[in-house]
Ligand binder design. Structure first.
Ligand SMILES: Cc1cc2nc3c(=O)[nH]c(=O)nc-3n(C[C@H](O)[C@H](O)[C@H](O)COP(=O)(O)O)c2cc1C
Length: 149
């Protein structure tokens, strides 16, 4: 069975809500999912999974939170097939700083799939956007996998 790791950091719950919708969508698509809250407990080894999805809020003028930086450092290598989502708030610096952590993580991991950026809570109008993105992740992974076989 195809298995994905979702690793996310959330301070006030928005990024956790996105992680939950991503998880539900992947499970509905027949993917086995392990969810890790960054900063709590031991880090699952990304090598055990077919892909890693990482989610983060943005802090301090477009910055990546320290616990997410620590997570990236603790993994110690750049897994292939990394997908990124993030939440942010355009009130903290407009489009330029919006979801800066997600943008930087996607660059760092050389993600070949557009990162998902959500304005605060995904519940309501943005929920469908999360579902479509998650379905797109699975299709993207299946396409890459088919090319490798
Ligand atoms: C002090 C502070 C600084 C923030 N800076 C930014 C920022 O630079 N860019 C951004 O997009 N969002 C920024 N935010 C908004 C959070 O990223 C946003 O509320 C996010 O959804 C929080 O996620 P969480 O609920 O998972 O913790 C900031 C929030 C706080 C409280």
């Amino acid at each position: 069975m195809v298995s994905f790791l979702i690793a996310y950091a959330s301070w006030s719950g928005n990024t956790q809500e996105v992680a939950e919708i991503v998880e539900e969508t992947l499970l509905a698509g027949g993917i086995d999912v392990t969810v890790h809250r960054i900063g709590i407990g031991s880090i699952p080894d990304p090598r055990r999974f077919d892909a890693m999805i990482i989610g983060s809020f943005t802090w301090d003028k477009g910055s990546t939170p320290d616990e997410v930086k620590d997570f990236v450092a603790d993994i110690g290598y750049k897994p292939e097939n990394v997908y990124v989502f993030g939440t942010g708030d355009t009130q903290f610096g407009g489009d330029e700083l919006f979801c800066g952590a997600a943008v930087k993580l996607a660059q760092f991991y050389e993600s070949t799939y557009e990162p998902l950026t959500i304005e605060q809570s995904p519940r309501g109008a943005q929920e469908q956007k999360v579902i479509e993105w998650s379905k797109g992740v699975v299709q993207h992974w299946q396409h890459l996998h088919a090319l490798k076989c």
